[in-house]
Design a protein around this ligand. Structure first.
Ligand SMILES: Cc1ncc(COP(=O)(O)O)c(C=O)c1O
Length: 386
């Protein structure tokens, strides 16, 4: 009865973990959303937008002032030159931007390279187009990109590669050398690059986010995708964007137009205020996340889970091999909410290759300090019990 493209697919593990969290009233360190809200001036701007009548469709590419603000940010921070009318499209989250881009590029029989572990929406989005994902693993402990391994994944069917930096779930921030390696392969095989830079502002230890489109040769074949959900603690607003050269933009806009028409109009209007926040906002954001990361790492250390501090984003992949737990990552991710009142995500949910990540669980630390402290107290009980 149902379409073949759904075969082998099931509901999102991450959202299942959130449902379990609600059922067991746990501290939810599974799904990657903050337990704090957007800046107050952004909330005020949303109220104002509703009151002032931004309640009908925007033009399909997005609110002109928001596209202008996105283009201005790209120019100011990264020196990237996008025309808001030709190159910038506002979407319903990064998820839609990626799906629309893939739908505009791929045919059945094509392959799309996905670097694993990966955000769980990528593989279904590829499958929906009739193309097939091909996985290339980043491996613990440093999660660097092995360019030889990547090279082996390219072939004449490769249509695109999806690259997420800073990376969920490993926290890897791709280096210039890695991105230059990707650029050379995209050029050699004439492949499009689809980026996911939703964590562009969440980097640690003075690291800088490098947008792949700034690497020589990549701008003309890259769809640069970003989102507002993480940077402004507004994941439920569903706002993302895609910036790309004219031909790529025109193609993805066609899919966007006929699937969602536009993102929520009042929230697009309010997002202009978010994008115009002063630099201090981003400095403080980094400081706050560094504090949360330090606390998360301390908790993991206290309870004997091995993990590398992430270089960016707000997740940690922790290895529970040192625990005498009788089960795999799914068993542990179901056991933790019931017995200790803390929710996490099983590591293998982020891999397409069977049996990878079964020794890992992912913690999301986009939470208030007091939430993380409370989670720490609950988790430490486990250590006392052992
Ligand atoms: C790497 C990555 N991409 C995309 C998303 C989803 O983005 P959006 O909510 O804008 O659709 C997430 C959410 O956790 C993510 O971690």
């Amino acid at each position: 009865m149902f379409a073949q493209r759904l075969s082998g697919m099931r509901e999102s593990f991450i959202r299942e973990m959130t449902r379990l969290a609600i059922q067991h009233q746990t501290i939810n360190l599974s799904q990657g959303f903050p337990d704090f809200g957007p800046p107050p001036e952004v909330i005020t701007a949303a109220h104002r937008a509703l009151d002032e009548g931004a309640n009908q469709y925007t033009i399909t590419w997005g609110n002109p002032a928001l596209r202008q603000a996105i283009a201005a940010k790209m120019a100011r921070l990264y020196g990237l030159d996008f025309d808001p009318d030709k190159h910038v499209t506002v979407t319903c989250g990064v998820t839609e931007a990626i799906a629309a881009t893939l739908m505009s590029l791929c045919n059945p029989g094509d392959e799309v390279i996905i670097i694993e572990p990966f955000h769980e929406g990528y593989a279904p989005a590829v499958t929906f187009t009739g193309a097939s994902p091909r996985f290339v693993a980043l491996e613990a402990p440093d999660y660097a990109l092995d360019l030889e391994r990547l090279r082996a994944a390219f072939n004449q069917n490769t249509k695109a590669i999806i690259l997420n930096t800073p990376h969920n779930p490993t926290g890897h921030v791709f280096t210039r050398a890695e991105l230059e390696g990707v650029a050379a392969l995209c050029d050699a095989f004439d492949v499009a690059l689809i980026t996911d830079e939703i964590y562009e502002f969440i980097v640690y230890d003075g690291r800088a986010h490098i947008p792949p489109a700034t690497i020589p040769g990549l701008a003309e074949r890259t769809v640069t995708i970003g989102g507002l959900g993480k940077t402004y603690a507004a994941t439920g607003w569903r706002l993302g964007y895609a910036c790309a050269p004219a031909a790529l933009s025109t193609a993805l806009r066609t899919v966007h137009d006929f699937t969602t028409i536009c993102a929520a109009a009042p929230l697009q209007a309010a997002a202009v205020t978010a994008l115009n926040l002063p630099d201090d906002y981003y400095t403080q954001l980094k400081r706050d996340y560094a504090e949360r990361r330090a606390l998360m790492m301390k908790i993991l250390d206290d309870i004997g889970l091995a993990a590398q501090p992430p270089q960016g984003a707000y997740y940690v992949m922790a290895d529970f091999s040192g625990w005498a737990f009788d089960g795999d990552d799914f068993d542990l991710a179901r056991w933790l909410p019931q017995h200790l009142g803390v929710s996490v995500v099983p590591g293998s949910a982020f891999f397409g290759t069977p049996d990878m990540g079964t020794n890992l669980i992912r913690f999301a630390f986009a939470k208030k300090i007091e939430t993380l402290q409370a989670a720490g107290e609950r988790l430490r009980r486990r250590v006392q019990d052992v």
